[in-house]
Design a protein around this ligand. Structure first.
Ligand code: HEM
Length: 563
């Protein structure tokens, strides 16, 4: 009986509207009837009680039996949930949530856990064998995404790719992204735009080297410089422009571009951020943690830059002023379906562009900042990377994309940064589309499986000296090519399977060019009076606690840095 009450309350609390709706549907009445016919109060009460009994019986036969079955089956280990709210109280009391989840798993000595948050089972995983079971062996079952307030807002009501549950909409968008924006052919097509931005990065950092700040020359904020490069590059390939405003003569960003990239990073903070309303949908309207308000403001800022360009461009195509595609926006506008109608609506284009920007700015810039911090503390690694660059590229020209296959050590540095310092603790949730077993554990339909980028890469059973930045661990003795993908999920770079990242080629190119250009073009060291770079992580995320400041000295002929 206690269980019956708990489950009934659970359903009423998490989805009260469906109960009311089914009550009214069963009765064939409208809410107005209940309010307006007070004189027929007793008959109404009788009908309500009868219906309530029917609902409870239905619940008993369906939901409760399933619920009890789940309880009896062997879920992965986890903290004992409270009635209705599950482990939400602990989640709210232990921030940041990713630290709580990881320490809980360590306390329980488990590499897979089951934490009930409100009405959802959340399944964190820190072991590559179990991770492969989810995303390789049973990939088709785990190819959906969870619904959340942040993903709904960001994706314009689930009309994009990353945040969209499995179904026709996701299939349509993933096909477009993969075939029309990120194919090898399109990659080649955008080569010159990427090179322009890599050249601009060198020009900007070179100009920084000539400046003196507080008596120190060549002080570079590496976080800003690498985010600047990623932001410039994605604006260039999407909108065919580096700057939303006038930019700066030294190659630096204008106010508009700083605001744009900073806001993209703000938005990234809210994605799948364990908001309480994601697990208790009835609380959504209350915006208890203020996330909706903050996200709407951030989206307003991003749209203020994007929307006018998109609208003007659509007009140019409609007026026949544009006939050739020059960037991703043109491609998205000019796509046609089988009946020769536009494949995408304005809303879909707008939402998809924001998502592509978010997917592009974060990983490469974070990897370079961390890697450089680690390498300044181990100068022999810097030395080895520069030696490779000098032997492959020489000192008479800048690194080009065609050099990438030969830069195994530089790629190993980037790969090591992805392993040890991923941008986010977890990948986006993969949601199970049916009940299944993984290992000996029962995984109920609708579970949110979250692979831990942080703990897979630091798992001591997989990696020796897991906390040491050691690029050479990725170099094979047969000299074969180092690639940044890791399909066996010993750590996560681009993930794998149906929901794997379609941006491997662009992501790899951007990351390696950022590393190679900056390591080849400048000698890096810690600022004066700093003996070693502090490698502490931020309190609330896994970025470097303080943006990396380092001294850069040009090491190539001055004319090579000019545009
Ligand atoms: C170094 C750069 C990048 C890294 C490390 C990276 C990593 C990831 C990861 C871990 C996922 C989640 C996969 C999963 O849920 O299993 C993902 C998904 C995705 N990424 Fe990337 N990504 C990068 C660059 C890009 C770029 C440049 C684009 C496109 C412009 C892109 C587009 C996407 C999309 C559309 C998805 C969602 C796929 C889906 O849900 O079906 N990514 N990426």
């Amino acid at each position: 009986m206690k269980e019956l009450i708990t489950v009934t309350l659970h359903v009423l609390f998490t989805d009260p509207f469906s109960i009311t709706k089914s009550l009214l549907q069963t009765m064939g009445h409208t809410p107005f009837f209940l309010l307006s016919n007070l004189q027929s109060f007793w008959p109404s009460l009788f009908v309500i009680i009868t219906c309530f009994t029917i609902v409870i019986k239905t619940l008993r036969s369906n939901f409760i039996e399933n619920y009890s079955k789940r309880q009896k089956r062997n879920l992965p280990p986890g903290p004992k949930p409270w009635p209705i709210v599950g482990n939400l109280p602990e989640m709210l009391a232990n921030k940041p949530v990713y630290k709580w989840i990881h320490s809980l798993m360590k306390e329980m000595n488990t590499e897979i856990a089951c934490i009930r948050l409100g009405n959802s089972y959340v399944i964190p995983v820190t072991c590559p064998t179990i991770a492969s079971e989810f995303l390789r062996k049973q990939d088709a079952t785990f190819a959906s995404r969870s619904l959340s307030m942040s993903s709904e807002l960001l994706s314009g009501g689930y009309s994009t790719t990353i945040f969209v549950p499995f179904g026709d909409r996701w299939k349509k968008m993933k096909k477009i992204i993969t075939n029309d924006l990120l194919s090898p052919h399109k990659h080649l097509w955008l080569h010159d735009k990427r090179t322009e931005e890599a050249d601009n990065l060198m020009f900007y950092v070179y100009n920084k080297c000539k400046m003196v700040n507080d008596g120190v020359s060549g002080l570079v904020n590496v976080r800003s410089a690498s985010r600047l490069y990623c932001g410039n590059l994605i604006r260039k390939i999407t909108f065919n422009t580096r700057y939303f405003g006038k930019g700066r003569e030294d190659g630096g960003p204008g106010f508009e571009d700083v605001e744009h990239v900073d806001t993209l990073f703000d938005l990234l903070n809210y994605i799948y951020a364990f908001s309480v309303s994601d697990y208790m949908p009835c609380l959504r309207g209350l915006d208890l943690d203020g996330q909706v308000k903050k996200m709407k403001e951030a989206l307003r800022i991003v749209k203020k830059y994007h929307d006018p360009i998109v609208q003007q461009r659509i007009k140019q195509w409609n007026d026949g002023l544009k006939v050739d595609a020059e960037d991703w926006l043109d491609v998205l506008i000019s796509l046609k379906d089988a009946d020769n109608n536009p494949s995408l609506t304005l809303e879909e284009i707008n939402a998809q562009i924001i998502e592509l920007m978010l997917a592009t700015v974060d990983n490469p810039s974070n990897a370079f900042e961390w890697a450089l911090a680690e390498m300044i503390n181990q100068p022999e690694l810097l030395h080895r990377a520069v030696e490779e660059l000098d032997s492959v590229v020489g000192k008479d020209r800048l690194v080009q994309e065609s050099d990438i296959p030969k830069l195994n050590y530089v790629k190993a540095c980037a790969k090591e940064a992805f392993r040890l310092h991923p941008i986010a603790p977890f990948i986006p949730p993969h949601v199970s589309m049916s009940d299944t077993m993984v290992g000996n554990y029962f995984i109920p339909k609708g579970s949110h499986v979250i692979l831990s980028r942080q703990e897979l890469g630091r798992n001591p059973k997989v990696w020796n000296e897991p906390y040491k930045f050691k690029p050479e661990r990725h170099i094979k003795s047969d000299g074969s090519d180092v690639v940044l993908t890791e399909p066996h999920l010993k750590f996560i770079s681009f993930s794998t399977g149906r929901r794997g990242c379609p941006g491997v080629m662009l992501g790899t190119t951007m990351t390696v060019m950022l590393f190679a250009r900056l390591l080849h073009g400048f000698t890096w060291s810690a600022p004066p009076n700093v003996s070693t770079i502090n490698l502490a992580e931020s309190e609330n995320d896994i970025l470097l606690a303080q943006p990396l400041l380092a001294i850069a000295k040009p090491r190539l002929a001055p004319n090579l840095y000019q545009l």
